[in-house]
Design a protein around this ligand. Structure first.
Ligand SMILES: [Ca+2]
Length: 215
């Protein structure tokens, strides 16, 4: 056991982490507890002052997709600034049906699935809640959100039962990643906007265990 692992487990025993995260930290302790705990606990000089400051005081992070130009395939553009890695086919688009355009579209435009993984400069992390606007939906139960844990296993799937621009809240412990996908018939398509979550504040072991992306 390395000093870093020992320190991380000590944090777990001190009650910093919930029990499930503690289990993951222990089971993954051979190689996957990332980083120097002193660095993570005490923080560092922020390289992205605004974003890191928001995270350190546990205020919500919000991505509005007005941060980058329309047409951008965002992929890892939001990792350093906001803490989300998007799938390779998602791009920023204008959407006349959404009052908060621009939005994030999958490929094909307004038809493709969208994936997101919570990861920042310190590595993957999990959240217990996030919200996202989905729309414009002409049909109920046509689009769903699925949340995954850090092993890539499904935690919960939330069908969007309303129409229009719908703010969907997903609440479950230890959400590492999510998928928004067409689960029914939505002829006019959809996009997402205003992804909002609260990242853990400097917790080095919240990137628990063996991390496996579900896609
Ligand atoms: Ca927007």
């Amino acid at each position: 056991m390395t000093a870093a692992v020992a320190a991380s487990i000590a944090l777990v025993l001190a009650g910093v982490l919930p029990a499930s995260a503690a289990d993951e930290a222990e089971s993954g302790s051979t190689s996957n507890v990332v980083g120097d705990p002193e660095y993570n606990v005490l923080g560092e000089t922020p390289t992205q002052p605004d974003a890191r400051a928001r995270m350190s005081v546990a205020t919500p992070t919000r991505i509005t997709f007005s941060e980058n130009p329309v047409g951008t395939y965002v992929q890892s553009l939001y990792v350093a600034t906001h803490g989300v890695q998007f799938g390779p086919t998602a791009f920023i688009a204008t959407d006349g049906a959404n009052p908060t355009s621009p939005v994030l579209s999958g490929s094909p435009r307004f038809q493709g699935d969208i994936t997101g993984t919570f990861v920042n400069a310190d590595g993957p992390f999990t959240v217990d809640h996030f919200s996202v606007d989905i729309g414009y939906l002409d049909a109920a139960n046509a689009v769903s959100i699925r949340a995954f844990d850090s092993r890539g296993l499904e935690l919960v799937t939330v069908p969007v039962s309303l129409t229009g621009i719908v703010t969907v809240n997903v609440t479950h412990p230890n959400i590492a990643a999510f998928l928004v996908f067409t689960s029914g018939s939505e002829p006019a398509g959809w996009a997402i906007d205003n992804l909002t979550f609260t990242a853990p504040s400097g917790d080095p072991s919240n990137d628990a265990g063996a991390y496996v992306a579900p896609w």
